[in-house]
Design a binder for this molecule. Structure first.
Ligand SMILES: Cc1ncc(COP(=O)(O)O)c(/C=N/[C@H](C(=O)O)[C@@H](O)C(C)C)c1O
Length: 388
């Protein structure tokens, strides 16, 4: 359960047997033919996979450096983001474990919607914890979760965003661990979740590598993905991690600037620490507590980051850059206006970074994981920043 010094499971004693049970169940069924076949059926006939790879021709031509940007269209995955890739697998695992309920946190609401979708499909109960700030900001996803039958638990303490939602979901799980599965929304949390969620997201990178080489006859020069906890990035990177020629880039939110509290750029400003029961790089305040964070994208404002990313950062296998709120908004508008694709604000960070990279790498190819669509962000952007 470790990636170098990062990862592990630092749990309250009463949860140790629960997490051991989850790890054992996952190891058991991940090689099981019926589980693999059912997941394959679901991906094709329920999720509508494979998602396409689109050449952002107009955007690339407008940048004019001869670089070409391509988009892996996880915005076209059912429920509108990459999150369903791990939620369907987590729900299937819960079924195999005889669980009746799924519990999770959500920030942007995409994971909440995806888990509620998976719970409806498998006829499981679903309890989603969400900060009051994010409930306000991601209202369309709140309605969708409730329509899909999930019970929403508003979280009103602390910063009232993602970190507190995780704390609240964890506490609730503690009380009902026998009949519920805690379905974490990213490659974070105590072992086995970082490895499990990465495994469930690998389908993205496997498809993208096959599609890109078939479309262009080559591997991409660069693979780019935004990083909140890091699940969509690990999904894309998994397809290329063995290819020496493909440069991997994780994009973090630089928000309003480098001052602590104005961003959530954990790789740039953080250091090794502990959060939510696992070791990772963490943004900490002067007292050593998780620092307040900000991003225009609810899905990225998390003071920690996945242990596997923390390791890949330290060994220099992945370069972690960033995009500010302003750069992100420009990318949100540009992709909408020039390509007819409205991206999630989270994914817009990866597009913003790819635009900067295209200017620095003339003639090269850049594959971006477009992790989700922007429906959830339309009103927030239009009301606060206009339509570009
Ligand atoms: C469209 C979209 N793209 C990227 C992310 C960042 O999550 P990772 O891919 O796990 O880094 C997110 C994260 N969303 C989560 C959510 O919807 O609840 C997030 O807020 C938490 C689960 C961490 C997202 O919605």
């Amino acid at each position: 359960g470790y990636f170098g010094e990062y990862g592990g499971a630092f749990l309250p004693p009463e949860l140790v047997p629960q997490f051991e049970e989850i790890a054992k169940a996952y190891d058991k069924i991940s090689g099981d033919a019926s589980y693999i076949n059912e997941l394959r059926y679901i991906r094709k006939h329920f999720q509508g996979r494979p998602t396409p790879v689109s050449h952002a021709r107009n955007l690339s031509n407008r940048i004019g450096s001869g670089a070409n940007i391509y988009l892996k269209r996880e915005d076209l995955n059912h429920s509108g983001a990459h999150k369903l890739n791990h939620c369907m697998a987590e729900a299937l695992l819960a079924k195999h474990m005889g669980k009746k309920k799924l519990i999770a946190e959500t920030g942007a609401g995409q994971h909440g919607v995806a888990l509620a979708t998976a719970a409806a499909y498998f006829e499981l109960e679903c309890e989603i914890h969400m900060g009051e700030v994010d409930i306000e900001k991601e209202h369309p996803n709140v309605v969708r979760m409730q329509l899909l039958g999930a019970k929403l638990v508003p979280v009103g303490f602390g910063g009232r965003t993602l970190k507190e939602a995780v704390d609240s979901a964890f506490t609730s799980y503690l009380e009902q661990a026998d009949e519920a599965l805690f379905a974490i929304g990213s490659v974070v949390g105590p072992h086995p979740f970082p490895r499990m969620v990465r495994d469930f997201q690998q389908i993205v990178g496997i498809e993208a590598r096959e599609q890109f080489t078939e479309m262009t006859g080559n591997l991409p020069d660069h693979a780019v993905a935004c990083v909140g906890g890091g699940s969509n990035a690990m999904g894309l990177f998994s397809g290329f991690i063995q290819d020496k020629s493909v440069k991997l880039h994780g994009v973090e939110p630089m928000g309003k600037g480098p001052e602590l509290g104005q961003h959530a750029a954990t790789m740039t400003f953080g250091k090794p620490g502990m959060l939510h029961g696992f070791k990772c790089r963490v943004l900490e305040d002067a007292e050593g507590n998780p620092a307040p964070v900000h991003s225009i994208a609810s899905g990225l404002d998390y003071p920690g980051v996945g242990p596997e990313h923390s390791y890949l950062h330290d060994i220099g296998k992945v370069h972690y850059g960033s995009a500010t709120d302003d750069e992100t908004l420009q990318a949100f508008w540009a992709l909408s206006r020039y390509e007819g694709i409205i991206p999630a604000l989270e994914s817009s960070h990866a597009v913003a970074y790819a635009i900067k990279l295209a200017k620095e790498c003339p003639g090269e190819t850049i594959l971006v994981n477009l992790s989700g669509r922007g429906d959830k962000d339309l009103d927030y952007v239009a009301d606060n920043f206009g339509t570009g």
